[in-house]
Design a protein around this ligand. Sequence first.
Ligand code: EPU
Length: 423
Amino acid sequence: MDKLIVHGGATLRGSVNISGSKNASLPILAASLLTDKEVIIRRVPDVSDTNYMVQIISALGGEIERSSGTVRINNKEIVDTAPYDLVRRMRASICVMGPLLARTGRAVVSLPGGCIIGDRPVDLHLRGLEALGATTEFESGNIIITAPKGGLKGAEVNLRGTHGPTVLGTDNVMMAAVFAEGTTVIESAAAEPEVEDLANFLNALGAKIEGAGTRRIVIQGVTSLGGTEHTVIPDRIEAGTFMAAAVIAGDGVVLRRVCREQMVAINHIFEICGHKLIYNEAGDIVTIHRGENPIGAEIITAPFPGYPTDMQAQMTAVFATTPGISVVKDTIFPQRFMHCAEMKRMGADINVDNGTAIIKGVKQLSSAPVMASDLRASAALVLAALTAKGTTAISRLYHIDRGYEHIDEKLLQLNAHVERVKE
Ligand code: EPU
């Protein structure tokens, strides 16, 4: 196991490239299971979650070649059962269910458990697939989902749950509906850019999907798909995380390969706090200047285009040393505040109650040995450590390696004083 040693106090400067989106890559890799033709996917980040997905596809029968961000996949013949040993490592493995069901008429996937950020049910995924005619059984911790004899049939599905729409649920139903006879309409669909990127990939394969990126997606069933080449969109959460690093410890940090349109909510909060983001005309390069007198803000997470839950932990780290009082409320995963307890050990003044963190900015944090608990919580600890007085050791770095491509190398490139060491 690795840990990250962060020597606080270095000024970040220079530029860094943002990687392809993890949360777009995962369903796109899974969607390759829908076709027996070759697909080439570019800018797949080298993170452990994408490695798991590649291993799952390979275990299902796919032939895969991978080199520096490009993944070439041939899924000529596949089986319908995803191996538990791989699936259990990553909740997002559930997104092989839709494509397996559509391609083979059956999918056996182990039921994902909860995780540190809260209960992670799949009822909405199943509701959507059942509306297309599939039947579901549960056996030995597995979901066994089967298409009817004549195949899946298009239907109207409403995917709204108590916490809003579901991202991977929308992906699963959209992928299953690609081969469903007739028209499928998904109401209350997730509108995240990652869902739209998946739809663009599927359309490039020959699917007929309209409305992805809005709350209503319409899919006309087709009978076969071809191959394609696709470049994954930039990772807006990685970009937001580096923006946070730039306002905490930077002086004119430049991020390349970003997408301004996908970052409106994230940008807005930085600007409210008094920081300056200067984009080039194409909106794909941004220079970040820390405000001279930053102020706190209130964040309430919401489905896209609202403020992403995946950025709230990092902003808590920003607010920890921003003068005044800030409020972070997570309506999507109200239990996602494990980072706060660790940050308090670094001197942060945070009170968490009922899905809301109230943060009183302190002058400076101090170093402490801290433990990463989930992907974004770990990112928050790294951010906090960048300005903390002294040297912070962040253990269980594997959490951050799930979703941030070579974060230590990128931070070094920006002049941070960090080292990855074996625990
Ligand atoms: N929900 C249900 N029933 C379901 C599915 C979800 O009630 O069947 C609830 C969840 O409990 C949650 C809300 O709906 O309260 C939204 O969950 P969603 O299904 O949208 O989450 P997900 O699709 O499993 C993706 C991202 C997460 C991100 C969420 C929300 C991927 C691989 N994962 O998860 O990313 O937090 O959407 O935006 O795309 C991360 O990258 O750190 C991460 C956790």
